[in-house]
Ligand binder design. Structure first.
Ligand code: AMP
Length: 484
């Protein structure tokens, strides 16, 4: 049974905003969390990005705060009533954009503050008064110290992507921020996983929380079809192209484990005539913006990226995600494939497994508690059938080892978003606002008008349906014994 927003008795301005967003029914996290948050209880929610969790907490929170709505111009009448904390500027910006849309027919004011931007405009906005403040922890502490943000009237605090915040090392900053808040408040914690650290955090700061798990922790979105194909490193590009052709897929994210590997792969694909761009931590903010914008416009078909660079991007409904490298960290697998099949859309996640990757695949199996089948993907010369246990010697092995150094520390280069005890006196230059987060991803026009670059060559023209060599399409529910 699909739950409708009309059953919630949302206040008219909120219901109007939701209707305008075009949401037809609630997502599972919304159906479960909204009624609970409306009662004012603390919530511990297991949900990954793309499940609709922003609306799950912000709609009931706005509804509860409507009693404070007023049109006064006095800042004193607009104290911070709700604080939403997120690990990265991209996520903070995305969530703030969504909250603005849900609150657009109310008098509630919201603002976002994160590092890497001039503090002055943020200060002016805070001084005018805002009811809902979205922030990354480091920059918020700057504003608290500068007395721009006063938090003694906060009624709601949301710790969103809490696992990521702990990964980045934000725990001391979170503890400091929480010490400024009134004891009497509602605390909502959302995390993709419930690790022991997350449980400890919840134990310290949440009171009798209601636990909401729409999917088991670490379970992957059930709308994603997951395939694992055996492929030698040298064959992986051909497998990617073959899958794109066979499935008639127009655009895809391709994940790799290192910045160097990212740049190299993007160059190789580009040389092979595929419209490709790269997104990794060595790119400037401006280059990253351009890369994403060109992907969104459909000027490029493939976005090759590393985990940290792609984290939190709200590009909805990307038809496919490729794990060109199996991630070193099994949790990154869950995050990567969350880029496709978001908010109800179906998606395909293909992981290319070379012989030396089998241990990483078993890590993923353990995390998602499901047996995964690595299938052969026969290419013309059939090299990918190689025995998985027979690790091939490769003259480029050292080079690959270098490639495989994981990219870490992208956020950490962005000092104001960084945990305080790790900061230096360096302050990055002001960067412009990310405009592509202001509108959701739409399938590019080129999708309707013309073929993707890999479809252009007659040799590789797309075949309708599946290759005879691929097993019948199985939904992830079957693979993952959903609901267990
Ligand atoms: P989130 O998990 O909050 O980042 O949401 C992911 C995307 O799903 C956002 O772009 C939302 O606009 C969209 N979304 C949220 N709730 C719904 C819904 N009930 N129906 C359709 N789309 C939704």
């Amino acid at each position: 049974m699909t739950a409708s927003f009309s059953n919630l008795s949302l206040a008219e301005p909120l219901a109007r905003a939701v209707a305008e967003m075009g949401y037809e029914s609630m997502t599972p996290i919304q159906a479960q969390a909204i009624p609970v948050v409306l009662t004012g209880k603390d919530v511990m929610g297991a949900a990954q990005t793309g499940t609709g969790k922003t609306a799950a907490f912000s709609l009931p929170l706005l509804q509860r705060l409507l009693k404070h709505e007023n049109t006064s111009t006095s800042p004193a009448r607009h104290p911070v009533r709700a604080l939403v904390l997120l690990p990265t500027r991209e996520l903070a910006d995305q969530v703030a954009q969504q909250i603005k849309m849900y609150a657009k027919y109310t008098q509630m004011r919201s603002a976002v503050v994160f590092g890497g931007m001039d503090m002055k405009p943020q200060t002016l906005e805070l001084k005018r008064g805002v009811e809902i403040l979205v922030a990354t922890p480091g920059r918020l502490l700057d504003h608290i110290e500068a007395k721009n943000a006063v938090l003694n009237q906060v009624e709601y605090v949301v710790l969103d992507e809490a696992d990521r915040m702990l990964d980045i090392g934000f725990l001391p900053d979170l503890q400091r921020i929480l010490s400024f808040l009134p004891k009497q408040r509602t605390t909502l914690l959302f995390s993709a996983t419930f690790s022991p650290e997350i449980k400890r955090l919840a134990g310290s700061y949440l009171q009798d929380p209601i636990t909401i798990e729409v999917a088991r922790p670490n379970e992957t979105a059930s709308t994603v079809e997951q395939r694992f194909y055996a492929a030698q490193d040298d064959d992986k590009r051909r497998v990617v192209k073959a899958v794109l052709n066979q499935r008639g897929i127009k655009q895809a994210f391709i994940f790799v484990n290192s910045k160097l590997g990212c740049a190299r792969l993007a160059r190789s694909l580009e040389r092979e005539g595929l419209k490709t761009t790269a997104l990794h931590g060595d790119k400037s903010q401006d280059e990253r913006l351009k890369a994403l914008e060109s992907f969104k416009k459909g000027e490029v078909d493939l976005l090759v990226c590393t985990d940290v660079a792609a984290r939190g991007l709200d590009i909805k409904d990307v038809p496919a995600v490729f794990n060109f490298d199996v991630p070193f960290n099994a949790e990154d697998y869950v995050h990567r494939i969350g880029r496709t099949g978001r908010a109800g859309a179906s998606g395909l996640a293909v992981t290319l497994v070379s012989p030396s990757d089998m241990r990483l695949v078993s890590d993923i199996e353990k995390l998602i508690k499901t047996k995964l089948e690595v299938e052969a993907f026969p290419l013309e010369d059939d090299r990918s059938r190689a025995n998985l246990n027979e690790g091939r010697r490769d003259v480029r092995r050292d080079e690959r080892r270098e490639d495989r150094r994981p990219e870490r520390g992208f956020e950490r280069r962005r000092e104001e978003d960084e945990p305080r005890d790790r900061r230096s006196s360096f302050r990055p230059a002001q960067v412009s606002r990310d405009p592509f987060f202001e509108k959701p991803y739409e399938a590019p026009l080129s999708e309707q008008n013309g073929p993707a670059s890999w479809e252009a060559s007659p040799k590789t023209a797309a075949r309708p349906g599946l290759s005879a060599n691929i097993k019948t399409k199985r939904k992830v529910a079957a693979l993952f014994k959903a609901g267990e």
